[in-house]
Design a protein. Structure first.
Lengths: 442, 479
């Protein structure tokens, strides 16, 4: 029995007794970790998981299992229905997603899904060799995922996607430099290029000075920008945050600089993932910010029901408590090269990435965190030298506020973020001010 | 079940592994969340499968597969060995495992009441009632309450002959009230932020007595909206126990992980400011600071019988009278460091490679009390319950935010303060520890959400803590 048949069988057997939706997620994944310039952990898994949600008149229960054989169906259904029958009615239950077409996207690459450990090891080898004797650490991951979905409203959808990631640092005894690549095909990963970039940053970061904390102009590279965006997505544009009065977002207001246009769109050819969400709602392009103006919140069916809106297809698996947030963001590039952006800075900092960011105040999206793996002082338009990592305490919302974005890079890439890789495709940005509140040593 | 385990071990050894171990596991979980009087989430899960760890040369190979089919188990062992072999093209020094007693044993979490046997109606009614009470004040915009339970049964075997059956039961939960006035939000949580978690059954939840604390909690959240902002400056800082527990977790627990110290986590979780050459001599904190990693504490969240390498649970001294004396280790890392393995390697489910993890990393109590340390403070701030946490990749520079604080003036608690934060450098901060409450105020706090590793693993760790006082700490950092 294949996953489509499995889902159909589940829905057939539940129909008439409850509303139901079932999803099977299946696929291979492999991750090769390296440290001290050798592979120390190398893992692989054939993942398989089925999730069944049933509703008996608003009494809702979800049961998740990694038993996906035909003999598991009755047990899955019985346990879900039994649990639902014992709980109170949820007056906010929005019902299952209606049948609707899903955009045809092709984000699957068989060689990526089937990549062997040797393929990942070769990429790691290139990364380490390109370091020229520095100490390399990081990981290379390949995965293929197929999601099959069905519900009692007649919605049926299926999608497959692959993802390949190379993320690594090179280290001297006193410094580290970082490079990151995410793509939907493993052939796009270039260990040599990434290794050279990381090594160059590491070597450039030796003999870092401790900079006095304060407010500095900054050029943030894509990995730092991606962290800002995922925080905007989770704590700002997430409709649940708005319902709970935690969000700073005011739709229709010019809350950001006019250079900022942010669109969540998993249907682009170069996007990652499948084109429907965990509730089976089709995904499309959602404009979050249009030339600085906040345009749309992201909804699942529950938040949409609460706000008299329509689900935007942002339900996340198992994440109802977190709400609904964008995971396929594209920040529109600008017209400046990274070199030109740096050249425009009189005195400021070039930041590779942020680390360990946490929200202090959701209403202002005040966040504290640190810089990592390459922070450089820029003076008179040139890199003056490396600085030690700095702690910041900064409102992410106001950092991108009107007039605060001085330029946006003319190129973009998938970046890593404090929440992980692949959520955002972004350029570097130059910001008027960033509030650094402490050095790592003091 | 040990037949399946043995088949996988044999598959790995036949595939060329010099050592292999296998966990066959059945893990059940249940999560129930309520918001504003409505049950939002009722989710149950089970994960059934085997994970094989094979050692070849300098690398671990790991392969996981669902189910307990004998043939597939043997193949999984072979796959694990193949994966380890693929690492040979980028190899390092041969990895050796420190000797441990080859155990044939069983262990089960002592508990009174199977949390999965308690009716869903009873659990749901409790959470609905709690959130109803929390939401009584008009200014409380969001009232949350939740419980979660895990039941994990593992059969562990190794090519050296380990045969261990272990059954862990973990329970926990909590509640929070978030007040809002249109321009800001303030939150109060109980028993701590994200809830309190322990090894044990439903008796853990009953002990919380959520309903008795709801009115106070909601009132404090509302009062915070009108409270004064925490001032900025250097002050005497008194921390409530659960905040000290997180301080220990972040600035001690992760720093003493031997895999971090050896650089194995450098690119992701980070390294450590600690240098093994200073083990036994480096001053970590004041002489009042005594830290242990103790996996045998009854009821604590990081308590078990054997770790996921088959090493028996034990107590290890980490900091003794302020001097750093111990680390968290496994069989491979201990060999490199030349120490005895501490039994601290655990995996998040059958399908994750076990790694060095905190057990119960906690502070031994002193001889003061919260009441006494307030009375002995002329000008300070008392902060309670974590709201945010951030620390650098060497575990040196931290900044924490708490939900609530009170000014301490002339030995008395004064006005309530909102948005309290404090920041510091790990050894300087611990060096300023000058009061520590006694055993009467000791709580085995549990952290159920410790992220580490790639693919990401979520660990359950324990941290015994008491209220503590620190001198001259920078507080009140704002954006």
């Amino acid at each position: 029995m294949n996953d489509r048949q499995f889902c159909s069988r589940v829905i057939e057997r539940v129909a008439g007794r409850a509303e139901a939706q079932v999803a099977v997620v299946r696929g291979p994944s492999g991750l090769t970790r390296f440290a001290n310039s050798f592979i120390h952990q190398n893992v692989a898994e054939d993942q398989a998981a089925v999730s069944l949600t049933v509703s008996i008149g608003g009494r809702v229960a979800t049961f998740t299992s990694n038993r996906t054989g035909g003999d598991a169906i009755d047990d899955l259904i019985d346990r879900s229905l039994a649990a639902a029958a014992l709980r109170p009615v949820d007056p906010l239950w929005p019902g299952m997603a209606p049948a609707a077409g899903v955009a045809a996207v092709d984000h699957y690459d068989a060689p990526t899904a089937d990549a062997e450990p040797a393929t990942r090891a070769a990429i790691v080898r290139d990364f380490i060799d390109a370091g020229g004797g520095l100490s390399g650490a990081g990981f290379c991951e390949t995965e293929g995922t197929t999601v099959t979905f069905a519900n009692t409203e007649g919605q049926r959808c299926e999608g497959s996607a692959t993802r390949a990631i190379l993320d690594g640092i090179h280290q001297t005894p006193l410094s580290a430099g970082k490079a990151h690549q995410t793509a939907n095909i493993v052939a796009a990963l270039d260990g040599i290029d990434a290794g050279r970039m990381a090594a160059e940053k590491a070597r450039s970061s030796v003999d870092a000075i401790d900079l006095k904390p304060g407010r500095y102009e900054v050029v943030l590279e894509p990995d730092a920008v991606a962290t800002i965006l995922i925080f905007l997505a989770v704590y700002g544009f997430n409709a649940r945050a708005a319902i709970e009065q935690r969000s700073f977002v005011e739709l229709g207001s010019l809350q950001f600089d006019q250079t900022i246009t942010l669109i969540d769109d998993p249907t682009r050819d170069d996007a990652l993932g499948v084109a429907f969400d965990a509730e089976g709602t089709p995904k499309g392009a959602t404009t979050l910010i249009e030339a600085g103006t906040a345009r749309s919140l992201t909804h699942n069916r529950r938040t949409a029901g609460q706000m008299d809106a329509v689900s935007t297809g942002h339900a996340v698996s198992g994440g109802g408590g977190f709400g609904a947030f964008a995971t396929n963001m594209f920040l529109e590039p600008g017209d400046a090269s990274l070199d030109a952006m740096v050249a425009s800075v009189d005195r400021g900092l070039l930041v590779t990435e942020f680390n360990y960011c946490r929200v202090l105040d959701p209403r202002t999206l005040a966040v504290t965190g640190l810089t990592r793996n390459g922070t450089f002082l820029v003076e008179n338009g040139e890199i003056a030298g490396p600085v030690s990592n700095l702690r910041f305490t900064q409102s992410f919302a106001s950092a991108l506020g009107p007039g605060a974005v001085l330029s946006v890079e003319d190129a973009a890439r998938f970046a890593n973020s404090d929440f992980g890789p692949g959520f955002a495709h972004v350029p570097s940005v130059r910001l008027a001010e960033w509030n650094f509140t402490g050095g790592v040593q003091a | 079940m040990f037949e399946v385990v043995q088949a996988a071990v044999e598959g790995a050894i036949a595939g060329g592994a010099t050592y292999a171990d296998v966990r066959a596991q059945v893990r059940r979980s249940e999560t129930i969340d309520a918001q504003n009087g409505v049950i939002e989430t009722l989710a149950s899960a089970e994960a059934v499968g085997i994970g094989v760890r094979a050692l070849l040369g300098s690398s671990w190979g790991f392969f996981a597969t669902p189910g307990f089919d004998l043939s597939e188990a043997h193949q999984a062992g072979a796959r694990a060995a193949d994966i380890a072999r693929a690492s040979a093209s980028v190899s390092g020094a041969r990895l050796e495992l420190a000797d441990v007693e080859v155990a044939e044993a069983t262990y089960a979490t002592p508990h009174q009441e199977d949390p999965f046997a308690v009716s869903l109606e009873e659990k749901a009614d409790l959470l609905v009632a709690a959130t109803d009470q929390l939401a009584q004040p008009e200014a409380v915009a969001v009232a949350n309450a939740g419980v979660a339970f895990w039941d994990t049964e593992t059969w562990f075997g190794s090519s050296q002959g380990h045969r261990i059956h272990q059954h862990l039961v973990e329970s926990g939960g909590g509640m929070s009230a978030m007040a809002a006035d249109g321009s800001e939000t303030q939150v109060r949580s109980y028993p701590q932020s994200f809830g309190q978690f322990e090894t044990g059954g439903y008796e853990v939840i009953r002990r919380f007595d959520l309903l008795a604390n709801a009115e106070r909690l909601a009132g404090e959240a509302v009062d915070l909206l009108g409270a004064d902002q925490c001032p900025e400056g250097d002050r005497t800082l008194i921390l409530e126990g659960s905040q000290l527990a997180l301080q220990i977790h972040e600035s001690v627990g992760h720093a003493i992980e031997l895999d971090r110290i050896l650089g194995w986590e450098a690119a992701f979780a980070g390294t450590s400011f600690l240098d093994l050459s200073e083990l036994g001599s480096m001053r970590y904190g004041s002489p009042l600071m005594n830290i242990t990693a103790d996996a045998t504490l009854p009821g604590a969240l990081g308590t078990f019988g054997f770790d996921d390498e088959g090493t028996a649970a034990q107590r290890v001294d980490i900091v003794r009278e302020g001097i750093w004396v111990g680390v968290l280790s496994g069989r491979d890392s201990a060999t490199i460091a030349g120490i005895t393995p501490g039994g601290m390697v655990r995996g998040d489910g059958y399908n994750r490679l076990p790694m060095v993890r905190m057990t119960n990393v906690g502070i031994l109590p002193g001889d003061s009390t919260l009441e006494a340390m307030i009375a002995e403070t002329d000008d300070g701030v008392y902060m309670s319950t974590n709201r945010s946490w951030s620390i650098d990749d060497k575990r040196l520079n931290f900044q924490f935010g708490c939900e609530i604080a009170w000014e301490v003036k002339d030995g008395r608690l004064g006005r309530m303060l909102k948005n309290p934060t404090y920041t510091g450098i790990t050894p300087d901060f611990w060096g300023s520890l000058d009061r520590l409450a006694g055993p009467e105020e000791l709580v085995h706090w549990g952290t159920p959400n410790c992220g580490k590793g790639q693919p990401m693993q979520v660990g359950h760790t324990g941290h015994s803590a008491v209220p503590a006082r620190f001198d001259n700490v920078r507080i009140g950092v704002t954006a």
